[in-house]
Ligand binder design. Structure first.
Ligand code: ZN
Length: 481
C-alpha cells in the first residue's frame, strides 16, 4: 500500500469524534418566569493552566460606541479541574483574573442582571430584556470570553422554564424547541452576534422566501405579524437578489415593539448581525391593517438596510471591523462605506423589484430624501471636514451624536449614487454599482482581509471597466459649500 492509502485506511478506523465533543460549552439558564437575572457558564474544552482573564464586551460590532455590560455581571465564580473553587479578582476595565498558578481552570460561571441592564442602558436596542413572558438576549450583552479562546469552536445550550419556547438565531426552528435549545457555533464572534429569545409572549414564524426567513415578534400591543412577515420577506429577497448569493443559510428578524422603560429611553435604532437583525422600536412603529403604504415602505426599507449590512460591512469591510476589538470601540476610516453603500444597495435592491418607471422615481426620491436633504441639514462644519475624519469621530458616537452618523452615511450614499450613475452611463446600462459590489464580495471572501480605501476603485474597475477614483476622492475631500 502507498503511504496515502495507509493514511486513508488509518483515518477510516480512527475513533469517531462526535460533533461538539472537545468544544467549549456556553450555558445560559433562565429558570423561573419571574426572575430578572440569567446565569451563564463557560465550560472549557480542556482545563486551562495558570491565570486566565475573563473579558466582558463593552464595544459591539457596528455599535459605534461603548456600553458598560460588565457592570451588570455579578457572582463571577471560577472552578478548577476537580471542581474546586478558584480565586476571582476584578480588574480595571471589563476584566476579571481567574485561577492561580499551578491550578487549571475548567469552568466559569456568572450572573447577568437583565432588569438593571435595561434600566441603565438608555438606547433600547443595546440592552437585553426581561419582561412578562419574554426574555430577549443580545449575545454580546451577556456573553464574556476567556482571553485567547475567542477563535475556538463552541457549543451553546440555552435553557428556559421547561414549558417556554426557546429560540436561538444560530439554530432557528418552527415550532421552536420547548425548554432548551442547543447550537454548534464557529467562534465567540458568531455567538456574541447572535440572539436568544424565550417566552410564551413571543410569536415565532417561518416565512417562505428565497432564503429561509424566521420572524420573531414580541409586541406590547397588538401588531400584524403577517404584514411584518411579508415586508421582511420582500426585503430579504430583494437584497439577496442584489448581491446574488447569501452568506447565511437562514435569516432571523427579531422584532420588538416596546413600552418605554422611562422617558429617557430611546427606541429607534435597529441592529444588524451576521445572520439576523434586532429591530427594537416603540409602539408607535407597530404595523396594523390600517398602516399606510408610506409606513410599510419605511419598514421595508429599514429591514432591507439592516439585512444589507449582513453583506456590507459584515462580509466586505474596511480596516478595523475584523478581528473585532471588544473592550474599546475601534476607530474606523470607512463608516461612509459601511453605512452609505449598504443603504444605497438596500434602496437599489428594493427599486430592482419594482416596475421600471416606478423604480426610477423611487431611486431619485430616496437619494434626495435619504442622502441629499439629510446632508443639507447637518451643520456646515461637518460637511467641511474630510470624510475620513468624520468617520473617525462617528466611530464612537454615530448614534449618540446623530449629526455625525447622518454626515457619514449621506456623504457615502451620494458617493455610491454618483459611482452607480457613471458606471451605468459608461457601460450603456450593462453594468452598475451592483456589479462592483458583487465583485467586492468575491474579493473579500478570497482575500479574507479588509480593503484599504484606495483599493476600492481598482476592485470596482475590475468588475465594470469604469474608473471611479475621482468620485471617491471628491467625496472624501471637505465639501465646498
Ligand atoms: Zn446601518
Amino acid at each position: 500500500m502507498s503511504r496515502a492509502v495507509i493514511f486513508f485506511v488509518a483515518l477510516l478506523f480512527a475513533p469517531v469524534v462526535t460533533a461538539g465533543q472537545g468544544r467549549m460549552t456556553y450555558g445560559v439558564q433562565y429558570s423561573r418566569a419571574d426572575e430578572s437575572r440569567i446565569r451563564v457558564s463557560i465550560e472549557m474544552a480542556e482545563p486551562l493552566a495558570g491565570l486566565q482573564t475573563l473579558v466582558m464586551p463593552r464595544a459591539v460590532p457596528m455599535g459605534y460606541g461603548e456600553q458598560p455590560y460588565d457592570r451588570f455581571v455579578g457572582e463571577v465564580k471560577a472552578y478548577g479541574a476537580a471542581n474546586e473553587a478558584l480565586p476571582v479578582k476584578r480588574e480595571e476595565g471589563p476584566r476579571w483574573i481567574l485561577g492561580k498558578a499551578g491550578a487549571k481552570l475548567r469552568r466559569v460561571a456568572y450572573e447577568v442582571d437583565l432588569e438593571r441592564m435595561e434600566r441603565e442602558v438608555l438606547s433600547g436596542g443595546d440592552a437585553s430584556k426581561v419582561r412578562p413572558g419574554y426574555v430577549g438576549l443580545l449575545g454580546y450583552s451577556v456573553f464574556a470570553y476567556v482571553e485567547g479562546q475567542e477563535e475556538e469552536p463552541l457549543r451553546l445550550r440555552a435553557e428556559g422554564p421547561s414549558d417556554w419556547p426557546v429560540f436561538s438565531t444560530l439554530a432557528p426552528a418552527v415550532p421552536p424547541a420547548s425548554g432548551s435549545v442547543t447550537a454548534e457555533v464557529a467562534n465567540f464572534y458568531a455567538l456574541a452576534d447572535s440572539q436568544i429569545v424565550m417566552g410564551p409572549n413571543t410569536t415565532i414564524e417561518k416565512i417562505d422566501s428565497a432564503v429561509p426567513l424566521f420572524l420573531v415578534t414580541y409586541s406590547e400591543s397588538a401588531t400584524d405579524t403577517r404584514i411584518l412577515g411579508r415586508l421582511g420577506a420582500e426585503a430579504l429577497e430583494a437584497v439577496f437578489r442584489y448581491f446574488g448569493r447569501a452568506p447565511f443559510a437562514h435569516y432571523t428578524i427579531l422584532q420588538e415593539f416596546l413600552k418605554p422603560v422611562s422617558k429617557l429611553h430611546q427606541y429607534g435604532l435597529s441592529m444588524e448581525h451576521l445572520g439576523s437583525g434586532t429591530f427594537t422600536l416603540g409602539l408607535d412603529r407597530r404595523l396594523t391593517a390600517e398602516s399606510s403604504a408610506e409606513e410599510q415602505m419605511r419598514t421595508r426599507f429599514n429591514f432591507a438596510h439592516h439585512i444589507a449590512h449582513a453583506w456590507i460591512p459584515k462580509r466586505a469591510y474596511g480596516e478595523g471591523y475584523f478581528p473585532f476589538q471588544w473592550e474599546l470601540a475601534p476607530v474606523f476610516d470607512s463608516i461612509w462605506f459601511s453605512e452609505g453603500f449598504a443603504q444605497y444597495a438596500a434602496m437599489d435592491a428594493l427599486a430592482n423589484a419594482m416596475p421600471e418607471a416606478e423604480a426610477q422615481k423611487f431611486r431619485e426620491r430616496m437619494i434626495e430624501l435619504r442622502f441629499r436633504r439629510t446632508l443639507a441639514d447637518v451643520p456646515a462644519f461637518l460637511r467641511k471636514m474630510p470624510l475620513v475624519e468624520v468617520s473617525h469621530i462617528a466611530s464612537t458616537r454615530y448614534g449618540e451624536d446623530w449629526r455625525t452618523g447622518r454626515t457619514v452615511f449621506s456623504r457615502g450614499g451620494l458617493m455610491a449614487a454618483e459611482m452607480d450613475a457613471r458606471i451605468r452611463e459608461r457601460s450603456q446600462g450593462k453594468k452598475g454599482l451592483r456589479d462592483a459590489l458583487q465583485h467586492l464580495m468575491a474579493w473579500s471572501a478570497k482575500e479574507e482581509r479588509a480593503f484599504r480605501i484606495d483599493e476600492l476603485p481598482t476592485i470596482f474597475k475590475e468588475a465594470t471597466g469604469v474608473e471611479t477614483r475621482d468620485i471617491l476622492e471628491k467625496w472624501l475631500a471637505p465639501m465646498k459649500d
